[in-house]
Design a protein around this ligand. Structure first.
Ligand SMILES: Nc1ncnc2c1ncn2[C@@H]1O[C@H](COP(=O)(O)OP(=O)(O)OP(=O)(O)O)[C@@H](O)[C@H]1O
Ligand SMILES: [Mg+2]
Length: 251
């Protein structure tokens, strides 16, 4: 094995199949994401993008194949699974902040509960992260007092406060008003530049093109195309990807 081969990819999926009843939603997925890479997942609605994300931290169990995070098989349950989930940050379309806790309390919660970080330390780290995502001045407000873009930046800070090894984003801006989409994409772009390993499901083509290293295009539960970003956008190989890009870039 070569020296480079000794470093496991951050995410490794091999032969992954997933069914919902009779519906075969992930079909023999093989995907490796090296450390530090930013991968955008594109594809039509229902192609399996969210399901793919959710299998990585086992929010959805798989029917066959293997998934490893940083060289470790994803555990089925128990403390080992909780540890893995702590290493895999996830940000969804809906922010799911606790309504009755302030922003900084939301950001502190998991490190204290799951990682055993002292409360004062978790608060200090949390404040630094809120600073980084540009909402330190909102720390003592409640989620309902913030705009959607501010809440989503709080959700990103909350995920980062667990010091994850990898971040999964599933359409983090698709529920936001257009004028606040960019403030969230800017935070994600800066994370990408800082070397975070990221898997991002998004319809934001500008972000995809600017911030990702690689595009995975899915259709009907399969990876139809897996290419360097510039190559995907300038010379998509498959008819389905060309068709998808034609539709999405023309409006
Ligand atoms: N919990 C579930 N039970 C049954 N079927 C499901 C479930 N979740 C997803 N599906 C189905 O699995 C397929 C893949 O869904 P998934 O949500 O992964 O697609 P997606 O690519 O994320 O779509 P979108 O772009 O609309 O978010 C779809 O046919 C969907 O209807
Ligand atoms: Mg989805």
């Amino acid at each position: 094995m070569s020296a480079a081969g000794d470093v496991p990819p951050m995410i490794r999926m091999a032969g992954v199949d997933k069914f919902f009843g009779p519906l075969h939603v992930l079909k023999g997925i093989d995907l490796e994401v090296p450390k530090g890479q930013v991968v955008v997942v594109l594809g039509p609605s229902g192609s399996g993008k969210s399901t793919l994300c959710r299998t990585i931290n086992r929010l959805e169990p798989i029917d066959s194949g293997t998934i490893e995070v940083d060289g470790q098989p994803v555990p089925a349950e128990g403390k080992a699974l909780a540890r893995l989930r702590a290493d895999v940050g996830m940000v969804f379309q809906s922010f799911n902040l606790f309504a009755h806790k302030t922003i900084v309390e939301n950001v502190m919660l998991a490190p204290v509960k799951v990682r055993g970080v002292a409360s004062a330390q978790a608060r200090q780290n949390g404040m630094e992260l809120l600073e980084r995502v540009g909402i330190a001045n909102q720390a003592d407000k409640y989620p309902a007092q913030l705009s959607g873009g501010q809440q989503q930046r709080a959700a990103i800070a909350r995920a980062l406060n667990m010091k994850p090894k990898v971040m999964l984003f599933d359409e983090p801006t698709s529920a936001l008003d257009p004028e606040v989409v960019n403030e969230v994409l800017d935070v994600m772009t800066s994370l990408a530049r800082d070397g975070m390993t990221m898997l991002v499901v998004t319809h934001e083509m500008g972000f995809a093109r600017r911030a990702s290293d690689r595009v995975v295009f899915m259709a009907d539960g399969e990876i139809v195309e897996d290419a360097a970003t510039e190559e995907f956008f300038t010379a998509p190989r498959s008819e389905r990807a060309r068709d998808f890009l034609g539709k999405i870039l023309s409006h």
